[in-house]
Design a protein around this ligand. Structure first.
Ligand SMILES: [Zn+2]
Length: 122
C-alpha cells in the first residue's frame, strides 16, 4: 500500500505545534466555561441576579473572543495543510517571520491588515 507523503516546510513545523497547542488550550477552556454555566444555580434575589447577569456578559464576551480565535487557529492549520501558510491572503507576499512569530495565525501581511482594519492591532 502506497503511503502518501506530504512535503511540509520544516520551518513551519514550530508554528504547527504552536497552533495545535493553542487550539487544545482554547478547546479545554471553552469546555470549562460550558461546565461552569451548567453548574450555576438560579439566583434567589435581585442583587445575585444582577451580579450573575454581569458575570454572564463578561463570560459570553470572553467565550466569543475565544471562539473567534479558535476559528483563526483552525483557518491557519488549514492553510498549513494546503501549503499556503505564511502567505498574505490579500496580496500574496510572504508574511515576514517576525510578524508570524508575534501572530502565528496572521492571514495578512502588515500592510494589508492595516488597510483592512486600521484600528485592529492584529
Ligand atoms: Zn498583503
Amino acid at each position: 500500500m502506497a503511503v502518501a507523503t506530504k512535503i511540509r516546510s520544516k520551518k513551519h513545523a514550530a508554528y504547527e505545534r504552536l497552533l495545535r497547542s493553542k487550539r487544545a488550550e482554547l478547546l479545554a477552556h471553552l469546555q470549562e466555561h460550558r461546565e461552569e454555566v451548567l453548574a450555576e444555580r438560579v439566583p434567589d434575589d435581585n442583587y445575585a441576579l444582577a451580579t450573575r447577569t454581569l458575570m454572564e456578559d463578561l463570560a459570553v464576551g470572553a467565550i466569543q473572543r475565544e471562539r473567534a480565535l479558535l476559528g483563526e487557529l483552525e483557518h491557519a492549520l488549514g492553510r498549513l495543510e494546503e501549503g499556503v501558510f505564511g502567505i498574505c491572503e490579500a496580496c500574496g507576499v510572504t508574511i515576514p517571520e517576525r510578524r508570524l512569530k508575534a501572530l502565528p495565525w496572521a492571514r495578512f501581511c502588515l500592510e494589508c491588515a492595516e488597510r483592512r482594519q486600521p484600528h485592529w492591532k492584529n
